[in-house]
Design a protein around this ligand. Sequence first.
Ligand SMILES: *[C@@H]1O[C@H](CO)[C@@H](O)[C@H](O)[C@H]1NC(C)=O
Ligand SMILES: *[C@@H]1O[C@H](CO)[C@@H](O)[C@H](O)[C@H]1NC(C)=O
Ligand SMILES: *[C@@H]1O[C@H](CO)[C@@H](O)[C@H](O)[C@H]1NC(C)=O
Ligand SMILES: *[C@@H]1O[C@H](CO)[C@@H](O)[C@H](O)[C@H]1NC(C)=O
Length: 637
Amino acid sequence: MREPRRPLPPRRPLLLLLLSLLFFSVPETAAAPPRTSGRDGGGVASITWMAWPMKCTWLPLPTCGKSHSYDLVSKYHKIWKDTKDAVPAKDVFRKEPISGAIALKGSMKYFDADFFNDSKLREMEDGAKEFNVPAFRDNRKLVALENGGLNNPSALVFKSSWSDESKISEKKSFEYPHTSSVHRPSKDEDIAFMSIIELVELIRTKQVTSRELTDVFLKRLKRYGPVIESVITVTDDLAYKQAKEADDLLEQGKYLGPLHGIPYGLKDIIAVPEYKTTWGSRTFENQVLDIEASVYKRLKSTGAVLVAKLVTGSLAYDDIWFGGRTRNPWNIEEFSTGSSAGPAASTSAGMVPFAIGSETAGSITYPAARCGVTALRPTFGTVARTGVMSISESLDKLGPFCRSAIDCAVVLDAIRGKDAGDPSSREVPIEDPFHIDITQVTVGYLDSAEMEVVYVLSAKGVKLVPFKLNYTVESVQSILNITMDVDMLAHFDNWQREQHDDDFEAQDQWPVELRRARLIPAVDYLQAQRARGKLIKEVKESFTVDAFIGNVTDWELVCLGNLVGMPVAVVPTGFKNVENPPKGSTRRRTTVTTGIYAPPDHDHIALALAMAYQSVTDHHKQRPPIDDLGPGDNIQH
Ligand SMILES: *[C@@H]1O[C@H](CO)[C@@H](O)[C@H](O)[C@H]1NC(C)=O
Ligand SMILES: *[C@@H]1O[C@H](CO)[C@@H](O)[C@H](O)[C@H]1NC(C)=O
Ligand SMILES: *[C@@H]1O[C@H](CO)[C@@H](O)[C@H](O)[C@H]1NC(C)=O
Ligand SMILES: *[C@@H]1O[C@H](CO)[C@@H](O)[C@H](O)[C@H]1NC(C)=O
C-alpha cells in the first residue's frame, strides 16, 4: 500500500458522506471493496474513508441506530473541523483507534481470514506498522529495487530430481549421428528448411560458409518478420562478426561441433550485451542489459551465430508485445499464442534454424504446438537462467525450438549444465538420447494421446499400455497460479508500485493477476508449496511407465508438468483443415501435435521416442504457407 499522504477530502464529499450516515440507509453495494490501486484513489486515507459507512453493516442491528450514527457523525465532524488545516487524513483517523482496524477488517475478507475480533485487529494493525512494514521496506531496498532479472535469487531452491543420492556425473556430450552425402540445394528456401545437422554438414564440408547461411536467414528475418510480427531486433553486426569467427576457425582446421556457424534466435527475455533486451514490454522497450546470459555464452562457445532477438509476449505472457501480435505461419489470420511466440513462429517460418524460448506455464508447449515445430521443455534446472528475465524461480525453464527431435537433442546438449548465477540449475544426469534402446521402454498413453504416435512406436517395438496419472490434489491450476503470480510480483514489485502496469499491453493479463497476488499471504503461498510437494509425490508414485503420451496443450497437464518440473517433447503429428478457410484453395492448416512426457532427468527418453517417431514420419518437415498472406499484408522485397 502506498504512503497515506493525502490531505482530507474536500468539504462537499464529506458532507454527502455525513448525510448518508445520518440516514444510515447505506446499501450493501456501498460496502464494495475499497480501491487500492486506481491512479488517484490509492492510499490508506481513501480506504478508511470508504470503509467508514460500512460500519453499520457489521454491527448488530440494535446498535446500528440513528443515535449511534449521529454520535459518530458529530464526532468525526468535530475532528474534521479541528484538524482540517493540512493535517494528513491518517492522523485524523489515528485519534479514533478503531478506524484503522475497520479498514483492515474489510481487507481481511480478501485474505480469506476475516475471523479476528476488533481488539485483535487493532493489535495486528499496530504490530504490522511496528514490525512488518519496516522489514518489508528494508528487504525491498536491499533486493527489490530493480525489476525482473534473476538478481538476488530466493534461497528456496526447487530440485526437480527424483533421485536421493547426489550423483556426481561427468557431463558427457551426446554422440549425435553424422549425416553423410548432404548436398547444397540451389534454392535459399530449401537451405532455410534444412535441419541443424544437415546445415552443419554443409559447413563442415565447405559447401557453404557460415556467412552465406547468415545471409540467407537475415534476409528471411527481414522479409517475413514484419508480416509474422515475430522479430524484435535483427542482430546483423553481431551475426556477421560471429559468422566470420566460425568461418576463420574452420579455415584453421578447427571444428567446434554440430552448432559451428549455425544461425539461431533468442527469445527477447535473454540478455545479450549491446543489444536491447525488451522483455516484449513497453516499459522496457529501450532497456539494454550489459549481461551475457549463460545460455547465450554457451551457444557462443559452440560457434553458433546469433541473428535475432525474437518476440516474447509482454513480460513473457501470451503473444501480444509492444510492437504487435505474433501470428501463426500455418494460418496468418491466427495468432501464435505465447509467450515464446517469436521462437516458435520464426522457426516454423524458416527464419532461423532453431531458437531458444522459455516456459513457466505453457510458453514452450502452446506456441510450438500452434506453429507446428518440434520443441523440448526440459527438466527443470537443466538449462541455467542467468541473465534471463525471471517470472518464477521454481518454474521458469529454457528450451529449444527446432525442426526435429534430433536437433532439439543437439541444442539441449550445448545449453545444459549448471551455472553459478542460477542456484536452481544443476548437472541433470540426462543420458545420451541417441543410444537408448526403445524396445526396452514402456510407454503409457493417455486418452488424449494422438493414436498415430502410439501405432508408430508400437510398430518400432516399444511396449505401449493405456495409462492415467493418479493424484488427489485437486487444485493443480491454483497452485500454479499462486506460485507463478506471487513469484512474478516479487520480481516486478517496483514496476507495479510505480503503476507501470497501467501501461501493460493487455490489461486483462498480468495487471489483474499481479494485483490479486498482493492479497496472497505468505502463509498461504507456503501452503501452496506444501500442496505442490504432495502433488509431486503422488505423480511420482503413479508414474509407473518410462514415459507417457498425451495432450500437450491441456491446461491441467501443463500446470502439472510445470509444477513437477517434468520434461516434455512437443511433436507435430499432422494437420487439419482450418475452420474458416479463405475463399478458393488454401494451404493454410491447423497443426495437430502431441506431447511425450518423461519423469524429471529423463529427457533422453522423451527425445529418443520423438526421434523414433520422426524417423518414419514427415509431419515435422512440412513447410508453412507463409506467402499466403492475410488481407492488407504484403511482403518486403
Ligand atoms: C477478542 O478476543 C479476545 C480473545 O478471545 C478477547 O480477550 C477480547 O476481549 C476480544 N475482543 C473483543 C472486542 O471482543
Ligand atoms: C490412486 O491413488 C489413491 C490414493 O493414493 C489410491 O488409493 C488408489 O488405489 C490409486 N489408484 C490407482 C488406480 O492406482
Ligand atoms: C489462474 O489464473 C488465470 C488467469 O488469471 C485464471 O483465468 C484462472 O481461472 C486461474 N485459475 C485458478 C484455478 O485459480
Ligand atoms: C488437447 O487439449 C486442448 C485444450 O484443452 C483441446 O483443445 C484439444 O482438443 C485436446 N486434444 C485432444 C486430442 O484431446
